[in-house]
Design a protein around this ligand. Structure first.
Ligand code: PDD
Length: 278
């Protein structure tokens, strides 16, 4: 198939998939999601994504529709059905289908819904020309859960686009948390610095991988919050996500930034490319 959508056992193209309006994802965003890349028909870092899926679901008390391993197997099988070897794979699990009511439906009667889609992806993109704007982080205090509730992220992302930028960087109480759909890390004096894992950021898989690469390469790393001023004065700013693993920022709020330690960025990128077999 050119692309694929899956919903509770039914398979169609993405365009043809129909989802009941009573899916609680529709009314409440009552669900969690994951995004992974598929290279050569194999899901990259699948275990990391399954682990985060499990923890997100547990934090909002959603029962997985099947054991984690079974979901992993199913995702792998679905990725084989799409012709393109390189894919963008999305899946979400909502609390179930039930008439609108804030209260959870009875888990004996209503089980969670699994929606998956996979579409061709152009390949790994690593930009050196990212433009950023900073925006107030007005999100709730559960940013570590990969929930479907992304309205502030959507607003911030649009604001960035309207400012001619690629990504918006959230700032809370003077400290950089993360991007609207990415983690934001810096390099200063040879040290890789990234926000600690807490309720203010999503535990990004690429953030995790970069920390592991730093360890392997002997690059000192610190997991600590940094200020907007530190971001502006960093030697490098790396914006990372599964689909855009290493975007190097050259502008923040209209001013030139970073771009002062290309060698270190190159080392991290090389590790990533080795990891995906390229
Ligand atoms: N977003 N922080 C936020 C708010 C994100 O939405 C994402 C990814 C990340 C990076 O996580 P990871 O490295 O695991 O992709 C951090 C995905 C790609 C999305 O919503 O499309």
């Amino acid at each position: 198939m050119e692309n694929l959508a899956y919903y509770n056992g039914r398979i169609t193209s993405i365009e043809e998939m129909m989802i009941p309006a009573n899916d609680r994802g529709f009314y409440f965003g009552d669900g969690i999601y994951e995004v992974a890349m598929v290279f050569n028909h194999k899901i990259f870092a699948l275990e990391d994504h399954l682990e985060r899926m499990e923890s997100s679901a547990a934090m909002v008390q959603i029962q997985l529709p099947a054991p984690r391993e079974e979901i992993g197997r199913l995702l792998g099988e679905l990725a084989l059905k799409v012709e393109s070897p390189c894919q963008f794979l999305y899946w979400q699990i909502t609390r179930g289908t039930s008439p609108r009511n804030h209260l959870f439906p009875d888990p004996q009667k209503v089980t969670s819904n699994l929606y998956v889609y996979s579409k061709p992806w152009g390949g790994v993109e690593m930009s050196d020309t990212y433009r950023l704007i900073s925006v107030d982080d007005t999100r709730f205090l559960h940013c570590n859960i990969k929930t479907l509730n992304l309205l502030p992220n959507v607003m911030a992302s649009q604001k960035a686009k309207e400012a001619g930028c690629n990504e918006a960087v959230f700032v809370r109480d003077g400290y950089v948390t993360e991007g609207s759909h990415s983690n934001v890390s810096i390099i200063k004096d040879g040290v890789f610095i990234t926000h600690p894992l807490d309720n203010l950021i999503l535990p990004g898989t690429e953030r995790k991988h970069m920390l592991a690469y730093c360890k392997e390469l002997g690059i000192p790393a610190q997991e600590r919050a940094f200020t907007l001023e530190e971001l502006a004065e960093a030697d490098e700013i790396i914006v990372s996500s599964t689909s855009h693993p290493s975007m190097r920022a050259m502008e923040l709020n209209g001013r030139p930034v970073g771009m002062k330690n290309p060698e270190l960025v190159e080392k991290l990128r090389k590790k990533y490319l080795e990891g995906i077999g390229q």
